[in-house]
Write a protein that binds this ligand. Structure first.
Ligand SMILES: [Zn+2]
Ligand SMILES: [Zn+2]
Length: 168
């Protein structure tokens, strides 16, 4: 029972300048002056989570994670399949256009990232772009062709940036 925080708590009923004392929003008996640097709630040492940007409460950590990770597990499957099928389809259509690939590839990249993004209802996940690029690369190996490879490199670069959340 040696809790250094609760030992510091002065009983408010004593009435000794208790206005200077502040308590954790979750643990009303633990005095603290630490605040979550996002929502500014008072947090005790147990409620505080150390992050690279400072101390945060549990709620802020949780909501922060759900902003960046909104994908479901099957989204990766959809993204992988679409990237693979669409790339093979595009390479097949554009077989023989040669250097014109250089102009078509960026357009295709944009259309493709839009299709992928819509298919998963614009949910976001930090690994989605890797999955998309990986399956585009796989498709280029299956349909081996030099211009096709250049085409995939250009369009995959655009898909990667779009799915990462860097808007065009
Ligand atoms: Zn907070
Ligand atoms: Zn607490």
């Amino acid at each position: 029972m040696t809790d250094p925080i609760s030992n510091n708590v002065i009983n408010p009923s004593v009435g000794e300048s208790d206005t200077s004392l502040q308590y954790c929003v979750k643990h009303s008996r633990r005095a603290t002056n630490l605040r979550c640097n996002r929502c500014n709630d008072l947090i005790c040492s147990e409620c505080a989570n150390k992050t690279p940007v400072g101390y945060r409460c549990h709620l802020c950590i949780m909501s922060q994670q759900s902003i960046f990770e909104t994908v479901f597990w099957y989204d990766y499957f959809i993204v992988g399949l679409l990237s693979f099928v669409l790339t093979i389809f595009a390479m097949w259509i554009m077989k023989g256009v040669g250097w014109l690939m250089l102009f078509v590839a960026p357009v295709f990249g944009r259309i493709m990232s839009d299709i992928i993004s819509r298919s998963i209802k614009r949910r976001r996940g930090k690994n989605l772009s890797f999955v998309a690029v990986g399956f585009m690369g796989l498709a280029s190996i299956v349909v081996w062709d030099l211009w096709g490879l250049i085409f995939v490199i250009i369009s995959a670069n655009i898909v990667y940036r779009n799915l990462k959340g860097i808007n065009i």
